[in-house]
Ligand binder design. Structure first.
Ligand SMILES: [Zn+2]
Length: 95
């Protein structure tokens, strides 16, 4: 491994560090709902990109409907699995 001949002065170190600053994330406003969106990304609030619906976003009502349907379909499902599903669905709602 090569070893530097001389110690790098503090000024030179700081000159290098002057380029390490992080820049702010630039956000655009969603045309439909007005929420901040990353440029060239789908709006995660309403699912639009380029003035059209790119992804379908489930509303709270749809999620609750699925919840009610699931226990009936599962029938004799173990309690452990149901708890996991509840946790996952809670995370989705929080988002
Ligand atoms: Zn939006």
């Amino acid at each position: 491994m090569s070893v530097p001949k001389k110690k790098k002065p503090l000024a030179k170190t700081k000159m290098g560090r002057s380029h390490q600053a992080l820049s702010r994330i630039k956000l655009n406003k969603c045309k439909k709902c007005g929420k901040p969106v990353l440029p060239h990304h789908v709006c995660l609030n309403c699912g639009t990109y380029n003035d059209r619906e790119a992804i379908k976003i489930k509303t709270k009502l749809e999620k609750e409907k699925k919840k009610k349907e699931k226990p009936g379909e599962a029938g004799s499902g173990s309690a452990g699995k149901d708890k996991k599903q509840e946790k996952e669905s809670n995370k989705e709602i929080e988002k």
